[in-house]
Design a protein around this ligand. Structure first.
Ligand code: ZN
Length: 408
């Protein structure tokens, strides 16, 4: 069975194919850098780290690009509160973000690109959209005219009536409430000169400009948190496809489920926001990665102390079982060596079956748990031991779980 992936665009699992030579161009929406990141971000970035690791394990070459949103209202507001320069503040939190990613062992991202480095590309795209007649200028900025793009609503599965009820970016100068901004005019503050005067790009065009600068007019895979589907990803599709006339802009759209804390939404007003760095101090990276992998990426995820303790205990058992196997003195035992060979083959194919089914990490973890348990009682020669350790490590590495055992 080949790899199958749930595509948000078609709302079904589809066979996964790379556009050429097993190369996968993959873009994920990065964070807006105005504060430390929390576990909601970790949920998304860990999920896509596992997905990328598994694609590599399956023989794909992945070019994983993430943008960093340093031009945004939230950055500007926070900088004003703190009387700081906005881009300077963004640099500080970008550094903290990269530190968090490194601590979490998220090593799959090849390239991070800041929005502020792509202003000319954004302006060119907005100019192109105006030229095509799908965008218009008003006294407050430049807007994308949604009714000129009939496929708007396809990704989020909304009809034109439903879209009409959504009021994006309240502004009386827009032709229609669902139109979204491509460029906003400002008199001062963070901004750049443009054909429409001084101002800043809209959020959606930032990501289209960054991804298209590196991947071209169409590419393989785009990921993000599910709350970004509307309007953000819908807008990205509209901008790119209206500009190039080529569809689909992205062949596979992948979205992660929400994270809640003890059953409640994580929010500043509830005071239950958990920063990545605090969680690492409290639970450690191996437990966190194991815990996050125990939820399927599309399902809602609950952060619960009881379940975190259970994850720690499960990880300890795996490590103990592996330790028992690796530290046992090697003995030649053809019967057990044959059993081991069958066990390894069956485990790895069960592992692949689980992961090929839209990255079913909870099932893949149970395969590894069972394998460790079965290994613990086997006594084999040195060569067979090394093969078993390498097989286990290969699968563990594809999930990015890091059992603290060290192979001999
Ligand atoms: Zn984005």
């Amino acid at each position: 069975m080949p790899l199958r992936v749930f595509n948000s665009l078609t709302r079904r699992k589809e066979p996964f194919t790379a556009s050429k030579d097993r190369e996968v161009k993959f873009f994920v929406c990065g964070p807006t850098v105005y504060d430390y990141l929390h576990l909601g971000h970790a949920r998304t970035y860990l999920a896509f780290d596992i997905i990328t690791r598994y694609l590599k394990y399956s023989g794909y070459h992945v070019r994983y690009l993430m943008n960093v949103t340093d031009v945004a209202e939230r950055v500007v507001q926070r900088a004003e509160e703190l009387k700081r320069d906005p881009l300077d503040l963004a640099r500080q939190y970008q550094a903290a973000f990269l530190e968090d990613m490194q601590s979490l062992g998220i090593t799959s991202i090849n390239q991070y690109e800041r929005a502020s480095d792509y202003i000319p590309q954004m302006i060119a795209q907005v100019e192109g959209l105006v030229k095509k007649g799908v965008a218009y200028e008003t006294e407050t900025g430049v807007y994308f005219q949604v009714n000129k793009f009939p496929r708007f609503g396809e990704l989020s599965g909304q009809s034109h009536e439903e879209l009409g009820l959504r009021r994006l970016e309240l502004c009386s100068s827009k032709r229609s409430p669902e139109d979204f901004s491509l460029w906003r005019k400002y008199e001062k503050g963070l901004g750049w000169d443009s054909p429409w005067g001084y101002g800043r790009p809209g959020w959606h065009i930032e990501d289209t400009a960054v991804s298209m600068a590196h991947f071209g007019e169409t590419y393989d895979m785009h990921g993000g948190a599910s709350e970004l589907i509307f309007p953000h990803h819908e807008a990205e599709i509209a901008q790119a496809e209206a500009l190039t006339g080529k569809a689909p802009f992205v062949r596979y759209w992948l979205h992660t489920g929400l994270l809640s804390v003890e059953g409640r939404k994580m929010s500043k007003s509830l005071g239950n926001v958990v920063r990545i760095r605090d969680a690492i101090k409290e639970y450690g990276v191996p437990t966190l990665r194991f815990y996050f992998a125990s939820f399927h990426y599309r399902k809602p995820m609950v952060l619960s102390l009881t379940r975190l303790r259970k994850a720690t205990a499960e990880l300890t058992v795996i490590n103990k079982n592996l330790q028992a196997f690796t530290t046992a003195p090697p003995t030649t035992n053809p019967k057990q060596e044959r059993r081991l060979q069958v066990l390894l083959e069956r485990s790895e194919s069960a592992f692949k079956r689980s992961m090929d089914n839209d990255f079913d990490t909870p099932k893949a973890l149970s395969v590894l748990k069972a394998l460790a348990k079965n290994l613990s009682s086997l006594r084999v020669n040195q060569e067979a031991k090394l093969t078993a350790e390498a097989t286990f490590q290969r699968m563990a590495n594809a999930l990015g779980i890091m059992p603290q055992y060290s192979p001999q």
